[in-house]
Design a protein. Structure first.
Length: 930
C-alpha cells in the first residue's frame, strides 16, 4: 500500500514564536485613546500619558489621575513621562507645564518669571540629578520646587525658535536640545560635539541603551550617540521607512531595537536586518500613528497609539500549531518519526503529519479510513505505528495493519510500545491489562488476574532499560521485571494519589511518576518522595515528563507546559531546599492520557499536545529564570476610613474603632497579569500564610487592639514568588480596653465582689436562721402530726363501734378492730373485699348510696343494713357516713353500730327492769305479811 499525505502550499519551515497582542482602550479604563507617553517606574507600574490625563496600570486595572481628582496635576494633555534616579516621576503636559509625583503626592512645578505654565514635551536627567525639560518657552532646569529658563547660544530666547521639543543628556555629560528644525549641544563639554545631517528634524531623543549610548530619531532616520560622544547612523533615509521616526525602544535582553514611524513599526535583532513588526498589530490604519514605545522589565513591548490606545506585544517562547497550521483539534498525542516529522492525533481525528513547510496535513489510507486514531509509537525502523479502532496501523514506505486479538479486538489502543526486537506491548483497556504480541504477529500472552494485573487499566508503558516494563495505571505504578516478577507501588506505599499518566526513567534508574491530580513522585531504591503544588510545582496534573538534556524536566498538565530545573529537584530531594522553582509557559491548556503526550525532538525542541493543537518550545531559547512579580499594597481602609500608604508602609497608630481592616493590593506581572495569584499573612493575628487565589482585596473584621504587620506576596504563573509588600499599623484600644482601665475595673470589681461577698454572707446568715426556724417549725409540726396520729390511732383502735374509712373513690382503705370483730374477718381480707361483700344485696345498694352522699354533708342519716358475718351469723347494723380528712386527704368515715347487740342489751334491760319490779312487788308483799 502507498501512503497518501495531503500537502498544502509553501509555508515557512517553522512559524515564528507565538506573538500575543493585547490592546486596551476607553472601555478598559484608559482615560483617552491617544497614548502619548509611556514609562515603567522602578516599582513596576506602567504609567500611561494621554490627552485625557495620566493613568497608572498594573496589567488589570487603570488608576486615572486628572484635574478632577488630582489638584497637583495642572494639565490634562500629558505628552512626556520620565523617572529620575530617586524614583520621582516627572510629568510634562501641553496645557499644564511640569509636575512631579513622589511619596504618593503630585506637585505642579512653576517657572520663575512666567505667569503661566508652558507646554513641556520632553524630560531628561543629568548624572548629578539635574532635571531638564523641553518647553515652549525654552530649555528648563529644575532647582528645588521651581524651574528656570536656561538661555542657550544655540537657540534664540524669543520667537518660534525658542520652543524646545526635545532634550537629552548623554553619557559624556553633554546636554542636547532640539527644535523642530535642528538640534545642538547646549550644556556640558559641547566642543567637538557631533552634528546631525543638515536639515534633519529631531522628533525625540528616545532611550538610553545599557552601554550608555543615546538613541534618537529624526526625519533623516535613526541615529545613536555612543558613550564616547560619537555619532553613528543606525537607520539611514534609504531604510524601509523614509519619513519621520517618532519613537524608539530598546530590548537589551534580546538585543532588539524597535523604531516607529507613522503607523509602521520596525524591529532589528542584533546586527540582523530590519523586519516589519507592524504586521503583528491589530490594525493598519494609516492615521493611527505610533506616538510612544516602551520595553518593560519582562521584555514586553508597549505601543502608544494615536487612535487605538495602548497595545502590548509579547514574543512568547512557545510556538503554537493550531487551526491556521492545519490542526483544528484537541490534540492527544504527538510523536516525531525517523525522518524528523511530527505526527499528531486527537479527537478521534488524524493522524496528522507536519511537512517540511511547517503545515500539518491529515494522513489518509489507500483502502480505508482511520476510525479513531489515538496512541502512537515509533517502530525500530523509524516508522510510525498508530493505534486505531481494533488495530495498529504502521505508516512507512508501505502501510501495514495489525488486527488486535481477543479480548481487545474492539479496543482503540491509547498506550503501546514496540520493542527493538519488534515485540508489541499493548494496553488493553478494561478488557485486559496488557497484551504481548511477538514480531511474528502471534499473541504471546494476555496479562490479567493470574499475573497480578486483574482489573487494572494501563495508561502508560515505558521500558526500564533492562528488559522489563514500567506500567502506569489507575491503581498506581507496576514494574514487570524481565523474569516476570511483578512489583507494585500505590498510595499505601507513599506514591502520589491519582491515575499514573506518565513515567520517566533516568539514566541512573531513578523513576519519575506523573499523576493526574497528585503531582510528581520520585522512586529510587523502593523509596518514594512526592512533590505537589505546595512544594512549588506549577500543576498537580503531570501528563508528560521530558528531559531536555540541558538540566531541566519539562511537564505538561492542565495549566500547560512547565519547566523545573533538575538542580532544584536534587536539592529538594536532598533536603537542601524547601521547595522547587517551576516556570509555566504560555502554552494554553495541556492535554494527556494518551501515549505519548509529548516528545523531545532531535533538534532539542519539546512538543506537547494541548486542547487547541500542539505547542513547541526550544529549551535553548527559553528564559532561564522567570521575572518575579512585584507586590504592592495600594490602599488600606480601617473602620471605613481610607489611610494613606506611605513609602515603607508604616501607617502608625489608628484611633480606637471596630477593628475592621480592608486592603487592596496588586501584583505587577504584565506577561500574564490575570493569572497572578496572591497569599498574605497578618503577623500579630496569624503567622500562617493564607492563599487568596486571584483576589486583590482582603478584609478582617473585629481585630483586637494591638500591633500588626500585613505581608502580601504575589505569584506569577511562571512560578516565581515576589518579595512581600508590607504595611504595619497599630490599632489603639478603646478606653475599656486599656491596661489602666482594666486595673481600675479589676479593683472596682474586687470591691464589688467584696461587697457582694458581705451581702452574701449576711443573706446566708439570714437564710440559715430562716432554715433553722423552718426546721424547728417542721419538727414541731411533725411532733403535732405524730401526736395527732397517736390520738387518732388511740381513738380509732379503741372505738367500740366498727369504723370503716373509704377514699374518694369509695374504696375501703382502713378498718378498726371493732369493725373486724363485727364482720368476723381479718383486717387485710376486709380491706381487700370491702364491707359490701358481707352485706345482703338490698343492703349493699343502700350502703353505696350512703358512701356517695358522704362528701355532701357533715353526717348523713343512719342507714340500716343487714350483715352476714363470715360465720354465717346475721347482724343488723346502723351505718352513718361523714366526711373525714385522713392525713390531709378527703375520706369518708362510716360508723357501724350492731343493732343486734343494742336490741340484746335493750332486752336485758327490760328483763332486768321487770325482774326489779317483781322483786319490789315481793318485798311489798313481805311487808304486808309481816
Amino acid at each position: 500500500m502507498a501512503l497518501v499525505v495531503a500537502s498544502p502550499g509553501a509555508a515557512a519551515d517553522a512559524p515564528e514564536p507565538h506573538t500575543r497582542v493585547t490592546s486596551w482602550g476607553l472601555r478598559d479604563g484608559l482615560p483617552q485613546s491617544s497614548v502619548t507617553a509611556l514609562v515603567q517606574s522602578r516599582d513596576g507600574y506602567l504609567w500611561v500619558g494621554t490627552f485625557g490625563g495620566l493613568a497608572r496600570f498594573d496589567g488589570v486595572r487603570f488608576v486615572v489621575f486628572d484635574l478632577a481628582n488630582t489638584p497637583g496635576l495642572a494639565g490634562h494633555r500629558v505628552v512626556a513621562l520620565a523617572e529620575d534616579a530617586a524614583g520621582t516621576l516627572w510629568i510634562g503636559s501641553e496645557d499644564g507645564g511640569l509636575a512631579r509625583y513622589r511619596d504618593g503626592t503630585f506637585e505642579s512645578i512653576g517657572v520663575e518669571g512666567l505667569a503661566g505654565l508652558p507646554s513641556v514635551s520632553d524630560i531628561a536627567f543629568g548624572a548629578d540629578g539635574t532635571v531638564w525639560a523641553a518647553s515652549s518657552e525654552g530649555l528648563l532646569r529644575v532647582t528645588g520646587d521651581a524651574a528656570v529658563v536656561v538661555p542657550t547660544r544655540a537657540f534664540p530666547a524669543t520667537g518660534a525658535e525658542r520652543a524646545i521639543t526635545g532634550v537629552a543628556v548623554t553619557a559624556d555629560g553633554r546636554v542636547w536640545a532640539a527644535t523642530v528644525t535642528r538640534s545642538a549641544c547646549v550644556a556640558g563639554p559641547c566642543d567637538g560635539a557631533p552634528k546631525l545631517p543638515g536639515g534633519a528634524r529631531v522628533g525625540g531623543f528616545g532611550v538610553v541603551a545599557d552601554d550608555g549610548s543615546r538613541w534618537f530619531s529624526t526625519s533623516a532616520g535613526l541615529f545613536r550617540i555612543d558613550a564616547a560622544g560619537a555619532l553613528t547612523t543606525e537607520r539611514p533615509v534609504t531604510a524601509p521607512v523614509t519619513y519621520h521616526a517618532s519613537a524608539v525602544a530598546l530590548d537589551g535582553a534580546r538585543g532588539r531595537v524597535y523604531v516607529a514611524a507613522g503607523n509602521a513599526l520596525w524591529m532589528r535583532e542584533g546586527v540582523g536586518p530590519w523586519v516589519p513588526y507592524h504586521e503583528r498589530l491589530p490594525t493598519s490604519d494609516t492615521r493611527d500613528a505610533i506616538r510612544s514605545l516602551l520595553v518593560d522589565r519582562e521584555g514586553g513591548l508597549w505601543i502608544g497609539r494615536d487612535r487605538h490606545g495602548l497595545t502590548q506585544v509579547l514574543s512568547v517562547e512557545t510556538t503554537r500549531y493550531g487551526q491556521t497550521e492545519g490542526l483544528g483539534l484537541s490534540a492527544f498525542a504527538v510523536l516525531e518519526d525517523g525522518a524528523g516529522r511530527q505526527w499528531v492525533t486527537g479527537n478521534c481525528a488524524g493522524p496528522f503529519v507536519r511537512d517540511h513547510g511547517g503545515h500539518f496535513a491529515p494522513v489518509s489510507l489507500p483502502t480505508d479510513a482511520f476510525g479513531c486514531a489515538q496512541g502512537m509509537a515509533l517502530g525500530p525502523d523509524g516508522a510510525v505505528w498508530v493505534g486505531d479502532q481494533g488495530r495498529l496501523v504502521r505508516i512507512g514506505r508501505e502501510v501495514t495493519t495489525l488486527q488486535l486479538p481477543d479480548p481487545i479486538r474492539t479496543e482503540t489502543p491509547r498506550a503501546f510500545i514496540v520493542d527493538p526486537d519488534g515485540t508489541f506491548w499493548i494496553a488493553g483497556g478494561w478488557q485486559a491489562a496488557l497484551v504481548e504480541i511477538g514480531a511474528d504477529r502471534v499473541v504471546r500472552h494476555v496479562y490479567g488476574a493470574d499475573d497480578g494485573l486483574g482489573g487494572v487499566f494501563v495508561s502508560a508503558i515505558v521500558p526500564d532499560g533492562a528488559g522489563g516494563l514500567w506500567l502506569g495505571t489507575h491503581r498506581g505504578l507496576f514494574h514487570r521485571a524481565r523474569d516476570g516478577a511483578l512489583a507494585h507501588w500505590g498510595p499505601e506505599d507513599g506514591l502520589a494519589r491519582g491515575v499514573v499518566r506518565d513515567i520517566h526513567v533516568d539514566a541512573d534508574g531513578a523513576v519519575w511518576v506523573g499523576t493526574y491530580g497528585g503531582g510528581l513522585s520520585h522512586l529510587v531504591g523502593g523509596a518514594v518522595r512526592n512533590l505537589t503544588s505546595s512544594d512549588g510545582l506549577c500543576d498537580d496534573t503531570v501528563s508528560r515528563i521530558l528531559d531536555d538534556g540541558r538540566g531541566n524536566l519539562w511537564t505538561n498538565g492542565n495549566r500547560g507546559v512547565s519547566r523545573i530545573a533538575r538542580a532544584d529537584l536534587d536539592d529538594f530531594l536532598a533536603g537542601r531546599r524547601a521547595d522547587v522553582r517551576c516556570t509555566l509557559f504560555d502554552s494554553g491548556e495541556g492535554n494527556g492520557g494518551v501515549q505519548p503526550a509529548g516528545y523531545a525532538g532531535r533538534d532539542g525542541r519539546v512538543w506537547f499536545p494541548t486542547i487547541d493543537g500542539v505547542v513547541s518550545i526550544d529549551p535553548a531559547r527559553a528564559h532561564a529564570d522567570p521575572v518575579e512579580p512585584l507586590a504592592h499594597i495600594e490602599a488600606v481602609s480601617i473602620d471605613g476610613e481610607g489611610v494613606a500608604v506611605p513609602a515603607g508602609g508604616a501607617l502608625g497608630e489608628m484611633s480606637a474603632g471596630r477593628g475592621d481592616v480592608t486592603v487592596r493590593y496588586t501584583g505587577l506581572h504584565f506577561e500574564l497579569p490575570t493569572q497572578v495569584t496572591f497569599r498574605h499573612r497578618l503577623l500579630g493575628y496569624n503567622a500562617d500564610w493564607i492563599d487568596d487565589g486571584s483576589e486583590r482585596t482582603l478584609s478582617y473584621t473585629n481585630l483586637p487592639p494591638g500591633e500588626y504587620e500585613l505581608e502580601v506576596a504575589a505569584h506569577s504563573p511562571r512560578g516565581a514568588w515576589s518579595a512581600p509588600a508590607k504595611v504595619t499599623f497599630t490599632l489603639a484600644p478603646h478606653l475599656w480596653e486599656t491596661t489602666l482601665f482594666r486595673v481600675l475595673a479589676a479593683l472596682l470589681l474586687l470591691g464589688l465582689l467584696a461587697g457582694l461577698a458581705q451581702l452574701r454572707v449576711r443573706a446566708v446568715r439570714r437564710r440559715n436562721l430562716q432554715l433553722r426556724e423552718e426546721v424547728a417549725e417542721r419538727q414541731r409540726a411533725e411532733e403535732r402530726s405524730r401526736e395527732q396520729e397517736h390520738r387518732y390511732r388511740t381513738l380509732f383502735e379503741g372505738a367500740n363501734n366498727g369504723l370503716f374509712v373509704h377514699d374518694a373513690s369509695g374504696r375501703l382503705v382502713e378498718v378498726n378492730p371493732a369493725a373486724c370483730a363485727l364482720v368476723g374477718a381479718a383486717p387485710a381480707e376486709l380491706v381487700a373485699r370491702g364491707l359490701a361483700a358481707w352485706l345482703t344485696e338490698e343492703s349493699r345498694a343502700a350502703y353505696e348510696r350512703l358512701l356517695a352522699s358522704a362528701p355532701e354533708s357533715e353526717a348523713d342519716a343512719p342507714v340500716d343494713v343487714v350483715l352476714v358475718r363470715a360465720d354465717g351469723d346475721r347482724r343488723e347494723l346502723s351505718c352513718q357516713a361523714s366526711p373525714f380528712d385522713l392525713r390531709g386527704v378527703p375520706h369518708a368515715l362510716v360508723t357501724a353500730v350492731d343493732l343486734s347487740e343494742v336490741r340484746r342489751a335493750e332486752a336485758e334491760r327490760l328483763a332486768y327492769e321487770q325482774h326489779l319490779q317483781q322483786v319490789q312487788k315481793l318485798e311489798a308483799l313481805g311487808l304486808l305479811a309481816g
